[in-house]
Design a protein around this ligand. Structure first.
Ligand SMILES: [Zn+2]
Length: 505
């Protein structure tokens, strides 16, 4: 072939928490990340930032890198849409992106391949497997042209996804640090597939099991051992990729669960054998239950006892029931209530999402005394509002979070946000002029990443259960087609796996 290969690339990604009543809409993508055409290709270059204020190089940069390294591939940018975790997309938003993908592919000219950065745990009202539908929609234009994808390891693998894609690679790190590496690897496999250098041959297994939190961190026990074994298997030249999906616990699909996917170069028997082996390894960690978390009152007592640590820095408290980066609303007032009533003498910083309160306070002068109800706007059935009184301390309009207002409530400083109240990084507070170092307590609404960013300040981290949609057992409210470990007793993963994969006899 004399002309370069032309491979289109796009992203449509969001992790959905099916228990949230808040719908994710086009505006949520626009606010967080939406790019298209030449600007997208520029952003995926080696010296650019792919997702502004979030990540320098992610999956699409990795794909473009693979294309450039090949030397004879023209990456054709379509669009990139990424929203923060939250409730499912409404149908109109999904249809908008699906139709846009089709339109862009028609306009792209002759193509040899398509690369998609997908999450794998996107929910859409009225559509159980939206990401499979996206690939199928693309195929109405490009037919059997090879399609490759990257996934978050929190994706939920399904029969339709497996059937729709030629090659794919999932993250190997949790907390995630390998977006670009995974994009590059998936891109390389796609290019080799198009050229006919490899014959991707896959097998997969799915486990009726939900397990999250500490036991799923990649560099700690027990997952460290599982991943080390997968690395070892990939050293075999016949094995192109091994993937383990640990799935997002609060995702809506009757066949939710962990899954394993192995791709070999033309060796079906080997793929089946390795998928089976890795599935057994994954199943073996099923009894490593996440630790039980503290009550707000127990956490308060621990903070009081940690005098020296507070002197040398701060105590981070993760509101594990209201984890914004796992799709919760960020509007639980439970910790605010307890620290206001019982936390006298402890300087405490607390984030809370309340777009209504931010709107009401946006024009109030700094220093003005205010009294209002906060919280419980987005999911009032689960989150109670709380009456507070204090003074306006600071305000800021931030790209991703939106408008923010800090209120001085005495020993508690409350940061109200229009959008995402995750407080992943100290900058969430310091950009408002608040000192993280001087605070005794800093509340965050993210499960792992804060531990890295707050490392210079945090002398202790506590996890607190406040009853919300990111509690591990909240996922048991969802409906499953099979008995699900650990909600139900499951002795063998194989019957559910065979039914899910459509194996009969
Ligand atoms: Zn994830």
């Amino acid at each position: 072939m004399s002309r370069p290969l032309r491979i289109a690339f796009a992203r449509i990604a969001q992790e959905s928490n099916a228990l949230s009543p808040v719908r994710t809409t086009f505006e949520d993508f626009e606010r967080f990340h939406f790019m298209e055409g030449a600007a997208l290709l520029d952003a995926c270059g080696p010296w650019s930032t792919e997702a502004k204020k979030f990540m320098r190089n992610a999956e699409l940069s990795g794909f473009v890198k693979a294309a450039r390294a090949d030397g004879a591939v023209e990456p054709v940018p379509l669009f990139s849409a990424w929203a923060i975790p939250g409730g499912p997309l409404d149908m109109a938003t999904f249809e908008h992106f699906r139709d846009r993908l089709v339109t862009d592919l028609k306009a792209a000219g002759p193509l040899d391949g398509l690369f998609l950065s997908l999450h794998g745990a996107m929910n859409v009202d009225g559509e159980l497997d939206p990401e499979a539908r996206l690939v199928e929609a693309a195929r109405t234009v490009i037919g059997d042209t090879p399609v490759g994808a990257s996934f978050d390891l929190h994706g939920n693998l399904t029969r339709d996804k497996v059937a729709a894609l030629d090659v794919f690679v999932a993250y190997r790190t949790n907390p995630h640090r390998d977006h670009a590496k995974v994009g590059r690897k998936a891109g390389e496999l796609l290019i080799r597939t198009i050229r006919g250098d490899i014959q991707p041959t896959s097998a997969w297994r799915t486990l009726p099991m939900l397990l999250g939190g500490g036991p799923t961190v990649d560099f700690m026990k027990p997952m460290r051992g599982v991943y080390a074994e997968m690395d070892r298997l990939e050293r075999d030249g016949r094995v192109l990729s091994t993937n383990l999906f640990m799935c997002h616990l609060w995702n809506n699909h009757p066949d939710l669960g962990w899954s394993v996917h192995v791709t070999t170069d033309g060796d079906q028997a080997l793929a089946e054998q390795l998928a089976e082996e890795i599935a057994d390894l994954a199943w073996a960690v099923k009894d490593q239950m996440p630790p039980t978390f503290l009550s707000p009152e127990e956490a308060l007592e621990k903070v009081r006892d940690a005098r020296l640590r507070r002197k040398l820095g701060t105590v981070c408290i993760c509101d594990a029931s209201d984890v914004v980066t796992a799709g919760s609303t960020g509007e639980s007032t439970r910790l605010l209530e307890v620290f206001l009533a019982q936390g006298q003498g402890l300087e405490t910083l607390i984030p809370l999402r309340d777009p209504v309160a931010v709107e009401a306070l946006w024009q109030a002068p700094i220093g003005e005394t205010v009294s209002l109800e906060v919280g419980g706007r987005l999911d009032p059935a689960r989150n109670a509002g709380l009456h507070i009184a204090g003074t306006v301390l600071a305000r800021k309009d931030q790209d991703v979070v939106g408008r923010m207002v800090a209120l001085d409530l005495g020993h508690v400083t409350l940061v109200l946000t229009e959008g995402m109240a995750a407080a992943v990084k100290p900058a969430f507070f310091t950009e408002l002029g608040l000192s993280v170092f001087k605070a005794d307590v800093v509340v965050v609404k993210t499960l792992f990443p804060f531990r890295i960013f707050f490392l210079p300040y945090a002398r202790m981290s506590l996890y607190v259960k406040t009853d919300g949609i990111t509690d591990f057992d909240a996922a048991y409210e969802l409906e499953f087609a099979d008995p699900m470990h650990p909600r139900d007793t499951v002795y063998d993963w194989r019957p559910a796996d065979r039914r899910r994969r459509g194996i009969t006899g």
